[in-house]
Design a protein around this ligand. Structure first.
Ligand code: BES
Ligand code: ZN
Ligand code: ZN
Length: 509
């Protein structure tokens, strides 16, 4: 639990266990100086000795006595200038992460945070407060429910007092509310990913989605079970799941806005609760990471939960095929041919390229059922994408320029950044099959495994329908050197989707 309040009181009048003082470029405000003076902290000497310049993500800790009580002071560097407000915000996130780490280490859970003056950096107080709070949630998330030694557990409950100087309280308080929702949703998605496959099966994730919908008047949820999935003709979902004793589920969440709107956005998330590779089995090394192969589905479900509260002015459908991909006597075999929801057939040359097989059915299903204005899918689809772009950008494939531009901008602003991959017909022949309509792996001559996977998916979306594919394989877990992440899942996509939907403008093209 994180409690947040906003105050204009003098820092020195607050009764807290610690202060987090943002100082852009190492510069202190008059009030920060006055606080240091009253606590007898020789701040200039301190900065000089530690060569603290207040750069992004740096912190400097000291302590003092405040009315006879120990009080920790954490100076937090943050950029004075940045090439753009979005860049400055990303720096702010890293600084908030560093502050949270310092507080965690010092065991200070009751903290007054002296915010920077956001408009000085071209950032609205709403965005500034939203990012501080969402990032604080992200930085203090830990997957420790299976750790029994209490001494090893890190604090999860914080009381924050945000100190503001200007007259923008209302905007700032709304930012705090949004930040809480977003931060909670991101951590929710991370928790589903971090849960072992034994603790989060397709059935359990589907039941969780249903429970979320049940708790919100503006959400509905439909769950299809194995026999229904089979009857609907989703050969991909059936094929991938048939090696496991865990039944597949196909989940459809719908968000209904208060006012009628023309546009409908469909979000589709890959939900492989464990990907062993199937009969084309993966190497043992790091196979455990494949409990996260449902990160796309987690991002979609967590987004639906957040928007039920934040209430964007657009209809949203979230659709997740949920399966476990295991080898067994009943498993799908290399050489098998599947018939998908839209009748298109695929040759399974490699059972480890399973994500595209279940997404094929989901994409065809949402296009035919909802005729959406746009479709966006998120999937931990290819190791090739993780190698191409690394952990800081997800791959984006779309042929719709308007959607591309909106997604890239939402990515930059939210922190879930995207980089476009080439989507040109040159790569299309890579997935030709001699025995079916398409083959589930690209011919090796074309390499570009992330791009050929995107081409496979394109067969399941009507040609003219605006559609974007996000390959989040590299960004969904174990992202290094980010103060607001830990080893484990990141919740990538949640902030992006919320940003996109909350600013939705009628889609023209
Ligand atoms: N879930 C994996 C992709 C993946 C790999 C995600 C590493 C995150 C980290 C996917 O199902 C897969 O196995 N893809 C294969 C495709 C290949 C067989 C064409 C891959 O990338 O090796
Ligand atoms: Zn796989
Ligand atoms: Zn997979």
């Amino acid at each position: 639990m994180i409690n947040v309040s906003v105050t204009k009181a003098l820092l020195a009048d607050l009764v807290v266990a610690g202060y987090g003082l943002f100082c852009p470029g190492g510069e202190l405000t008059k009030e920060q100086r006055a606080l240091c003076a009253s606590l007898q902290v020789p701040v200039d000497q301190l900065f000089e000795r530690a060569a603290f310049t207040g750069s992004v993500g740096s912190t400097l800790n000291t302590f003092a006595l405040h009315n006879g009580q120990l009080v920790n002071i954490i100076f937090v560097g943050v950029a004075k200038d940045a090439s753009s407000p979005d860049e400055w915000l990303e720096g702010l996130r890293r600084s908030v992460g560093a502050l949270a780490r310092a507080a965690e280490q010092l065991k200070v859970t009751d903290l007054a945070i002296d915010l920077p003056v956001f408009p000085d950096h071209g950032v609205s107080p709403f965005d500034g407060a939203k990012e501080v709070i969402a990032t604080f949630y992200m930085a203090t998330y830990h997957f420790q429910q299976f750790i029994t030694d209490k001494k090893r557990k890190l604090p999860e409950d914080y009381t924050l007092v945000l100190k503001t100087h200007a007259s923008y309280d209302e905007e700032l308080e709304q930012g705090v509310e949004w930040g809480k929702r977003i931060g909670h949703a991101v951590c929710q998605a991370r928790q589903w990913c971090d849960l072992p496959a034994a603790n989060l099966t397709p059935t359990e994730l589907a039941d969780t989605a249903a429970a979320i919908a049940h708790a919100h008047e503006n959400l509905t949820c439909t769950i299809y079970n194995r026999s229904e999935i089979e009857k609907m003709g989703m050969g991909g979902v059936i094929g991938v799941s048939q090696g496991s004793t865990q039944e597949p589920r196909f989940v459809v969440l719908e968000y209904i806005p208060e006012n009628e709107t023309k546009d409908l956005v469909a979000l589709v998330g890959k939900g492989v609760t464990f990907d062993s590779g199937g009969l084309s089995i993966k190497p043992a090394d790091r196979m455990d990471e494949m409990k996260d192969d449902m990160a796309g589905a987690a991002a979609v479900i967590a987004t639906m939960q957040a928007i039920a509260h934040l209430k964007p002015n657009v209809r949203v459908v979230g659709c997740t095929p949920l399966v476990e991909n295991l080898p067994s006597g009943s498993a799908m075999k290399p050489g098998d041919i599947l018939v998908h929801y839209n009748g298109i057939t695929s040759e399974v040359k490699n059972t480890d390229a399973e994500g595209r097989l279940i997404l094929a059915d989901a994409l065809a299903y949402v296009s035919a059922t909802y005729n959406p204005t746009v479709i966006i899918d998120a999937a931990t689809l290819t190791g090739a994408c993780a190698y191409a772009l690394g952990p800081y950008f997800a791959g984006l494939m779309t042929q719709n320029r308007e959607l591309e531009q909106r997604l890239i901008a939402a990515g930059r602003h939210s922190g879930d950044r995207l980089w476009a991959l080439p989507f040109f017909d040159d790569y299309k022949p890579a997935i030709k099959s001699d025995v079916a309509d398409v083959c589930n792996i690209g011919s090796s001559a074309y390499r570009a495994g992330a791009v050929t996977a995107g081409f496979f998916l394109s067969h399941f979306v009507p040609e003219k329908m605006p559609w974007a594919h996000l390959d989040i394989a590299g960004t969904s877990f174990n992202v290094p050197d980010r103060s607001y992440y830990r080893p484990g899942a990141t919740g990538f996509g949640v902030r992006l989707f919320i940003e996109l939907l909350m600013n939705w403008q009628t889609f023209a093209s």
